[in-house]
Design a protein around this ligand. Sequence first.
Ligand code: AAO
Length: 517
Amino acid sequence: MKWLILVALFGLSAAQHNPHMKHGRTSIVHLFEWKWSDIAAECERYLGPNGFGGVQISPPTEHIILGNPVWRAWYQRYQPIGYNLCSRSGNEAQLRDMITRCNNVGVNIYVDVVINHMCGSGGGEGTHSSCGSWFSATREDFPSVPYSNLDFNDHKCKTGSGEIENYGDKYQVRDCRLVGLLDLALEKDYVRGKVAGFMNKLIDMGVAGFRVDACKHMWPGDLQNVYGRLHNLNTKWFSGGSRPFIYQEVIDLGGEAISAGEYTGLGRVTEFKYSAKIGNVIRKWSGEKLSYTKNWGEGWGFMANGNALVFVDNHDNQRGHGAGGASVLTFWDPRMYKMATAYMLAHPYGVTRVMSSFRWDRHFVNGKDVNDWMGPPAYSDGSTKPVPINPDSTCGDNWVCEHRWRQIKNMVIFRNVVNGQPHSNWWDNQSNQVAFGRGNRGFIVFNNDDWTLDVTLNTGMPGGTYCDVISGQKENGRCTGKQITVGGDGRAHFKISNSDQDPFVAIHADSNCKDVV
Ligand code: AAO
């Protein structure tokens, strides 16, 4: 009996680790600050056709509006003032239309939910919110939910300032305010009900799961209660009994009172060590070398594979917020960034999330970017600009669209093609040249040394000629990149100059150029 209960409990929570991606797809793209109408179009014209499994959207809830129109920080969306579904990205009808259209082309929607807190204590009072609902941060009064001052943790927090003062004290971290944000009392049945109600509304609309913000600042028991109230996914698009996919933001680089492991029973957790370490490896900092990544994954002290959500950078650490430090690679270092992203997508560890950013006016003063607050491309009235698509399929108006870079898009496809295959045929030169395969479905070779790679390797692939999906791809019946010939014995010769535009090569079963000249 005990055993049965254990199995049932494990089954329930393990279910929340499953992203429910369709058609063998494997990656999420975070379309940071995109409008719902643009995401809907992107699902149909690009993400569906190119094998992306899902989109992480920015928080859809009604949020505070900070400052005048030209001073609209991106992070205002992490300051909810209620659960009406209208935000800088669009209104509820547009959100619903996006969810439907993305689902219809097999692309899931994962919603970033901010349930630890409301806006900052200094948010004042009035109708300066994205739907114009009145609120008072001063009196902790949010009538659109409604929440009153009885629904916050002030009485529980024991620090003089009411703020988290020491990350070494888990009570402070969970019961006090994170950077002044009004901390919800998630121990209350009423608050849990309101939060679950809002998440259930999204589930019923057809979303596949949630990125849960700031989980370190909430007690795992409170989260378990909220998750336990969630509906199964909408059977219009998901099979009966599917639990929502949950991935929790917990920054755990070690050395703090709270560890990621406290949350892995409830769902997946963002593995921040991955982001920090892959940056070090590709930059060759701290004595790291690519050849050391032979046991990448759990062997590097990362959490168990089945618990991890991984990324090269996220919306915080690409601009110095959150954690990860200077090693984090971003689109600002495109050559290294493509290598890191390709490594992540080729490697079997974790559920992968690709970042898609906007460009801002970076301006460093004493090593800190003083423009880290800058919001997405916007008109003078503060409204977010749409994402224009250029004839060469890149994006305009300062939308970076890393997910549309050929090398990254093709590696998203690579990951789908090799899905389920083991990490195999490892080779390294004991420095920064490495190669590995995924069973007999794909093979990738990196040269991050300062000299040419020139070597014959066992790829594990069937004999044939393959088109390298990094320097090019199959297009209209021809290969626009390098061609790699694999012999009947599975061996192939690779030559990669350290001065190549992208010093890596990837081939997979679907890049076979049998019929390509
Ligand atoms: C804004 C203003 C504030 C103002 C506030 C309220 O910037 O000055 O007081 O409004 O008016 C985002 C922005 C914030 C913004 C907030 C609200 O990033 O700047 O505040 O919206 O608008 C912690 C949390 C983590 C959080 C991260 C940013 O644990 O959950 O801070 N990330 C999420 C979101 C993020 C959002 C929020 C949460 C809030 O992704 O976008 O904030 O909804 C240590 C701890 C980490 C902690 C960091 C940063 O990390 O471990 O848990 O993250 O500190 O405080 C080494 C260590 C590493 C350490 C790191 C940094 O790397 O190894 O552990 O140093 O010190």
